[in-house]
Design a protein. Structure first.
Length: 168
């Protein structure tokens, strides 16, 4: 039975911007950064190594679906992060389907000021990147991402390279 493998990608945008003050402003030539200020988390059963680090080594089976979501540590209050591109060492997508961004309307709970034990629910537009695992093997990939400030101005374009191992 195939599974959904959710991956939360958390970016220390404040430190990234301090360490790379001259980041690329060209989305076609993002600044390559080391993984030390990126924290990827998934369910423990999906982890080979690297939980809560920038080099999360996932395991999955053929037919599983990976869903990536990104956020800044401030959850968009100071800066936001948007994934905008994906490149892999599997250019013909034999192992991992070419991931794509999908938009979804999701209902989320928010604190209720009038009753702290009964949340209010609201519908939000959300999105995630999705890729199906197609065959056994190991895939190294690069996600390209941009950091946006609270005025919706781009602070820079970046990329880094995590990987997935697909087993059966």
């Amino acid at each position: 039975m195939s599974r959904i493998i959710d991956v939360s990608i958390n970016f220390d945008t404040e430190t990234i911007l301090k360490k790379f003050p001259n980041a690329s402003k060209d989305p076609n030539k993002p600044t390559f950064i080391p993984p030390e200020h990126i924290y990827m988390v998934t369910y423990q059963d999906n982890v080979i190594s690297g939980q809560a680090g920038g080099e999360l080594h996932l395991k999955g089976r053929v037919g599983d679906v990976v869903r990536w979501r990104e956020q800044s540590i401030s959850f968009g209050f100071e800066q936001s992060v948007i994934l905008y591109g994906f490149v892999s060492d599997d250019p013909n997508h034999q192992l991992l389907e070419d991931p794509r961004a999908l938009k979804a309307k999701v209902q989320t709970a928010v604190p209720n000021a009038n009753n702290k034990t009964v949340p209010t629910c609201q519908v939000n537009e959300n999105y995630y990147w999705r890729g199906d695992l197609l065959a056994q093997g190991k895939v190294t990939y690069h996600f390209k991402f941009m950091i946006i400030d609270r005025d919706c101005k781009c602070c820079g374009y970046f990329e880094w390279d995590p990987f997935i191992t697909i087993t059966n």
